[in-house]
Design a protein around this ligand. Structure first.
Ligand code: SF4
Length: 248
C-alpha cells in the first residue's frame, strides 16, 4: 500500500499527469536552485539545534561552517538557476535565512526543543500517511509548537494558513501519538525573518483531514483507471516536468 505524504498529495493536486511522471514513471529532472537552497537551510537549522543541545559555545560560527561545507559538497553544475541569477545569490540567501533564524530566536530560551526532523505517521482512513516535522518544541506554558521552516521569498496569502493541510496533519499525527492537548502551528519564514502562528480548532483539523483523504481517494481511483489528466494552466510555468509533457 502506498505511503502517502504531503508532497505526493500536493503533486497530484498540482497536476495528476505530473504526479504520474514523478511517482510512477520516476522521471528524473534537473534539480532547481530554490529547493536545493531550502534543503541546505533545513540541514543547517537541524545542525544548529543539535549544537545548541550539545552546549556549543559558538553555534552560529559552527553552523555557518557546516552550511558552507554542505553547499560545496552538494552543488553541481546541473542545478538550474533562474535566468540572470547566480549560484552565489542563492548561497547568500541561505546565509541570510540562517542568520535571521538565529538572531530572532537567540538565546533560544523561549521553548525547549524536543526534536528536529521528527518522522510522524498516522492514517488517512485505511491509508498510511507519513511526514517529517522540522522542529517540535515545548513552551513553559505547556503548549507544544510544531514548526515548519519556509525559505519563500514572499508570505503566502492568508487563506494558505487556513486551508493548507500539511501542518494540521502533522499536528493530528502527534496528538494521536502523544495525546497533546494544546498545540500551536508555527511557520518560520526564515528568508523574510517572519513567523506565522496558528492554533487550529478541532473542526479545522477535521477539515484538513477530509481534504487530504479526498485527495488520496482521487489518486486511488486515478490509479485504478490509469488515466492521469493534464492540469494545463498558468502553473505549468512552474512545473518541473514541463519538458516531459506534450501538453495542449
Ligand atoms: S506542464 Fe502542466 S500539464 Fe504538463 S505535467 Fe506540468 S503541470 Fe501538468
Amino acid at each position: 500500500m502506498t505511503n502517502y505524504s504531503y508532497s505526493r498529495l500536493s503533486q497530484f493536486r498540482f497536476c495528476p499527469f505530473a504526479y504520474k511522471l514523478c511517482y510512477l514513471d520516476r522521471v528524473r529532472v534537473a534539480d532547481n536552485v530554490e529547493p536545493f537552497t531550502g534543503k541546505r537551510v533545513h540541514e543547517a537549522l537541524e545542525r544548529l539545534h543539535s549544537l545548541l543541545r550539545a552546549g556549543s559555545d559558538a553555534p552560529l560560527d559552527e553552523v555557518m561552517a557546516f552550511y558552507s561545507k554542505k553547499w560545496d559538497e552538494t552543488w553541481s553544475a546541473g542545478i538550474s538557476l533562474p535566468e540572470g541569477a547566480t549560484a552565489q545569490e542563492f548561497r547568500d540567501k541561505g546565509v541570510r535565512c540562517i542568520k535571521n533564524y538565529f538572531y530572532s530566536h537567540s538565546p533560544f530560551d523561549d521553548a525547549e526543543t524536543l526534536s528536529v526532523e521528527r518522522r510522524v505517521s498516522t492514517r488517512l482512513g485505511a491509508y498510511p500517511f507519513i511526514g517529517v516535522v522540522d522542529r517540535i518544541a515545548l513552551r513553559p506554558d505547556g503548549v507544544h509548537e510544531v514548526h515548519d521552516y519556509k525559505t519563500n521569498a514572499a508570505l503566502p496569502e492568508e487563506s494558505y494558513f487556513a486551508e493548507d493541510f500539511q501542518l494540521p496533519l502533522y499536528q493530528l499525527a502527534l496528538q494521536r501519538e502523544f495525546g497533546w492537548n494544546e498545540v500551536e502551528l508555527v511557520w518560520d519564514f526564515v528568508a523574510l525573518d517572519r513567523e506565522v502562528r496558528v492554533r487550529k480548532s478541532t473542526a479545522s483539523l477535521e477539515k484538513a483531514e477530509r481534504t487530504a483523504l479526498s485527495l488520496v481517494h482521487s489518486i486511488e481511483e486515478t490509479m485504478d483507471d490509469n488515466i492521469f489528466l493534464k492540469n494545463d494552466g498558468p502553473h505549468c510555468k512552474r512545473c518541473a516536468y514541463a519538458a516531459h509533457c506534450n501538453r495542449g
